[in-house]
Design a protein around this ligand. Structure first.
Ligand code: FCB
Length: 462
């Protein structure tokens, strides 16, 4: 019997994102997003799935808030669809789109759930993509304008704002690997995009401060991986350091230290090109944030590329000279290693290298193949064990003095998992995609999480 109690006031949440759950891609004046375009281009998404209906959350949001109230969550992280609010990305505001989010926020507050809003979870207005998207520096200003509209509209009611979700993914999955919208495969664009995303973050933080939004806090969510060399060979150690540099330090350093990491700047200079930056960009990017959101799913164990890797290494691997190895162990349906100690190592490292900024785990969770059994139940022990083991490691970090203020499960419910479509289920709540109402069914992990929240503790019975 063990009891892992969390600090009083610890936020217990669930997370989603607009394109993954809402559906209603053209309703009430919404404009097209790059994900609408990308999913409707044949060959991009497994089974040809699209987010056209998804969880139909746009129509069923009231029921979803009731589910969250019954779960007892104290916070809900969701994202705003930029083209729902600004169909052309800038200019004319779509009042109906704004009203949807305003109603959602009111319902959450009535249920005593703190709204945590992500401004950009990947669904750029297509109209802005047509002008170059994130490669175009002007998009950073459009983002700040859009952010200001949201601050003015909801700033009095929303305590937590996240500018971007996982800029690494937008930059590389979207612009170098081509597996996410807009589907480009060009490394130098990806590097430029990473700078523009960070710059747009800085501009939005600045706008938030200038508007004097009271009572709300602002930060950013990064996907971070603790990186370990596969062996004590010098070459593996160097490759691991580069992977850490491109995926972690490239984003953390400018935000917390106001500079890009020198070694990676030089590496980009040698292999592709460093980003074009303007005067004052890094001061903006380094504008103090109130918290950092951390998405953690798995660790990176890295080996140096060898001669045999030519032809198979991804363009990103070719820059760092490193590739992921697959250690023995347990894996989720995504093919991601289950490594709970990684979240502890990561949290400890952030404090050691970047100071005592409050941290939120804004995503953590697992995809497993769920089955509804004859009794109508879903016994998702794999997911439950995954979340439990990670929470115990988060608790361990807190005991060490790391300032972790909350934890959000990815995800409230099964949803559209990007390039994998509906084939990967991450929810605490099962969504029956075959039923016209997209029926929601509580999984075992949902009942378990409800108890964790009620007790403010993870309890191990043996
Ligand atoms: C993260 C994304 C989130 C979800 C999870 C599984 O990278 O932020 O939308 O797809 O992965």
């Amino acid at each position: 019997m063990g009891q892992y109690e969390f600090p009083r006031g610890f936020l217990w949440g669930v997370a989603t994102a607009a394109y993954q759950i809402e559906g209603a891609p053209a309703e009430d004046g919404k404009g097209e997003s790059i994900w609408d375009r990308f999913t409707h281009t044949p060959g991009n998404i497994l089974n040809g799935d699209t987010g056209d209906v998804a969880c139909d959350h746009y129509h069923r949001y009231r029921d979803d808030v009731h589910i969250m109230r019954d779960l007892g969550v104290t916070a809900y992280r969701f994202s705003i669809s930029w083209p729902r609010v600004l169909p052309a990305g800038k200019g004319q505001v779509n009042r109906k789109g704004l009203d949807f989010y305003s109603r959602l926020v009111d319902l959450l507050l009535e249920a005593d759930i703190k709204p945590a809003i992500t401004l950009y979870h990947w669904d750029l207005p297509q109209a802005l993509q047509d002008k170059g998207g994130w490669i175009n520096r002007a998009t950073t200003d459009y983002f700040a304008e859009y952010a200001s509209i949201m601050f003015n509209e909801l700033g009095d009611r929303v305590p937590m704002w996240i500018t971007h979700n996982e800029p690494w993914a937008t930059a590389y999955a979207g612009h170098a690997l081509g597996v996410h919208a807009p589907g480009l495969k060009d490394l130098s664009s990806a590097i430029q995009v990473s700078h523009h995303l960070l710059l747009s973050h800085g501009k939005a933080v600045q706008a938030f401060r200038d508007l004097g939004i009271k009572g709300g806090k602002i930060g950013i969510t990064l996907n971070l991986h603790p990186v370990y060399p596969a062996s004590s060979d010098e070459s593996d150690i160097i490759a691991a350091r580069r992977v850490d540099g491109t995926s972690n330090r490239w984003f953390l350093d400018p935000i917390f230290k106001g500079t890009y990491p020198e070694d990676i700047w030089v590496l980009f200079d040698e292999k592709v090109a460093p980003p074009k930056t303007g005067d004052g960009d890094l001061e903006l990017i380094g504008s103090p944030v109130d918290f950092l959101g951390v998405n953690y799913y798995f660790r990176n164990v890295i080996r140096a590329l060898g001669p045999g890797d030519e032809g198979t290494a991804s363009p990103v691997d070719r820059i760092t000279g490193g590739a992921l190895v697959r250690p023995e162990g347990k894996y989720t349906e995504m093919g991601w290693e289950v490594y709970p100690e990684g979240i502890y190592d990561l949290l400890s490292r952030i404090r050691r290298d970047y100071g005592d900024v409050p941290l939120y785990i804004t995503e953590n969770g697992a995809a497993y193949e769920d089955r509804v059994n004859e009794a109508g139940k879903i016994e998702d022990d794999g997911r439950l064990d995954y979340i439990k083991a990670h929470l115990i490691q988060v608790h361990r970090a807190i005991e060490d003095g790391v300032n972790v203020a909350g934890y959000f499960v990815w995800s409230l419910m099964d949803n559209f998992e990007w390039a994998y479509g509906y084939s990967k289920r991450f929810g605490l709540i099962y969504v029956d995609y075959r039923s016209p109402d997209r029926d929601r069914i509580w999984k075992k992990s949902a009942f378990w999480y409800r108890d964790v929240i009620k007790n403010n503790a993870v309890t191990i019975k043996d």
